[in-house]
Design a protein around this ligand. Structure first.
Ligand code: ARG
Length: 447
């Protein structure tokens, strides 16, 4: 990480009887309001601002200065972009991390890094609590609470927005003005947005009706697939032990690689997700995401795994991937189960080295080629042409044994054709499906 801290003199303990709190500060209205609010509650406020590749990432120093001008006694601007991409996004690719098989977890992945730095700052500053601006209906409150507690069970976690009575933007602005803080009013977005280099989450507003198609202005990172170029874009992604390392032969660090792929895939309309999602706190919500690089990288990584890993490893990994994504979504990044799942995934990635060619075209991302020095694909075994090395004679015995339990079951339940006499079992026809529709095949017999 790189961090810069803006600072003013600490207030006396008489003005902050409850001690210091570290606030996750975004520069927006909610968290700006939290500075005077926490001071009113008796805390000294220290702010932490994260750059994770969201559009304002290069302005975090200015946001840190703003926090100080609003009354924070210190303010840390932390550039987490490399750490987020190299460690967290890489880990998510190895896990093919997608919640409910659709959402590549952009917000959920950012919280463990943010929480880690907040707890580090709390220790450095001797703070007693961490505060965040999450609402009471979302997943992010759960993640802050669980992840900070996992890192230091002794810290208090404060989520005042959950139950304060500043319900509207103008109430929040008035509250700040009453405290001598004049916030520049910016046009509020019609959506609730969270973004970082792994993607952009869009919710609320007209999206709250699941029948409403997301309006064009909801999308920023991706072009409309219908208006995307008529020519497909082919991209070759190189992986080393499960980690993407190059695009079209150009070796890049993870942050640059993800940025570049966001551009390329986004321009082809790839990466839009529109789903009904099950939040941890029990609500179904309508969520839209744009994750061009994430979708492309996970698609490519899965294809390379299919080439390089045995079928039983793939099948087991698929089940565990689902569990991993649920853990991460639910704020259990720092948990023994998640650590154990990571260890399993890591143990599978040693041979996941090679190249994948993907075709990006009007919103679709399709693998068109894959190769690896660790490929388990054997031409001699697979071919139907010359050069066949497969021992077909072994197939007969294999089927006799592989199908044996099913054959015995059929004999017991259907009866055996050809047996005669009073004790011969009745031969019953096997139904095609459990509940037949009554449709019948049309048969013509030619002699
Ligand atoms: N539903 C997503 C998640 O829980 C995205 C949350 C985005 N947050 C926001 N303030 N829009 O991971």
């Amino acid at each position: 990480m790189t961090a810069t801290a803006a600072q003013t003199a600490s207030p006396t303990s008489a003005t902050a009887p409850k001690g210091k709190v570290v606030l996750a500060y975004s520069g927006g209205l909610d968290t700006s309001c939290l500075i005077p609010w926490l001071q009113d509650e008796g805390y000294e406020v220290v702010c932490a601002i994260a750059a994770l590749g969201q559009p304002g990432s290069s302005d975090i120093d200015a946001i840190a200065q703003k926090a100080v001008s609003l009354g924070a006694t210190a303010s840390y601007a932390i550039d987490m972009r490399d750490e987020f991409c190299e460690d967290v996004c890489t880990c998510a690719i190895k896990a093919n991390g997608m919640y409910e098989n659709k959402y590549p977890l952009l917000s959920a992945l950012s919280r463990p890094v943010i929480c880690k730095h907040m707890v580090d700052i709390a220790h450095k500053e001797g703070a007693v609590a961490i505060a965040h601006g999450c609402t009471g209906k979302g997943n992010d409150q759960v993640r802050f609470e669980l992840e900070c507690k996992a890192l230091d069970p002794n810290l208090d976690i404060l989520g005042p927005v959950r139950d304060w009575d500043l319900l509207t933007r103008s109430q929040e602005i008035d509250y700040c003005a009453d405290h001598g803080i004049f916030i520049e009013v910016t046009k509020s977005s019609p959506y609730s947005i969270d973004e970082n280099v792994w993607g952009r989450a869009i919710e609320c507003g007209v999206l709250e009706n699941p029948w409403n198609e997301p309006p064009a202005d909801a999308w920023v990172m991706t072009d409309d697939p219908l208006a995307a170029p008529d020519a497909p874009t082919d991209v070759v992604i190189s992986f080393e032990e499960g980690k993407p390392v190059a695009i079209d032969g150009e070796v890049l660090g993870m942050f640059d690689l993800v940025c570049k792929l966001n551009q390329i895939a986004g321009a082809a309309g790839v990466g839009r997700i529109d789903m009904i999602e099950d939040r941890v706190i029990g609500i179904k919500s309508r969520e839209c995401y744009e994750q061009p690089a994430a979708i492309t990288l996970i698609t490519a990584h899965k294809a390379l795994e299919s080439l390089c890993l045995p079928g039983d490893v793939l099948a087991t990994k698929l089940q565990l991937e689902h569990q991993w994504a649920s853990q991460v979504y639910s704020g259990l990044w720092y948990s023994p189960l998640k650590d154990a799942l990571d260890a399993f995934f890591e143990s599978t990635q040693g041979t996941v080295t090679g190249e994948v060619r993907v075709r990006l075209y009007k919103g679709s991302c399709v693998v068109t080629g894959v190769k690896s020095q660790h490929s388990m694909y054997d031409f001699g075994l697979a071919t139907y042409d010359e050069g066949d090395t497969y021992d077909r004679s072994a197939a007969k015995g294999f089927m006799d044994l592989f199908g044996l339990p099913n054959k015995v079951w059929a004999q017991r339940t259907l009866g055996v054709q050809g047996e005669e006499g009073p004790d011969a079992p009745e031969v019953k026809p096997r139904v095609l499906v459990a509940v037949p529709s009554g449709a019948v095949a049309k048969v013509k017999v030619f002699k």
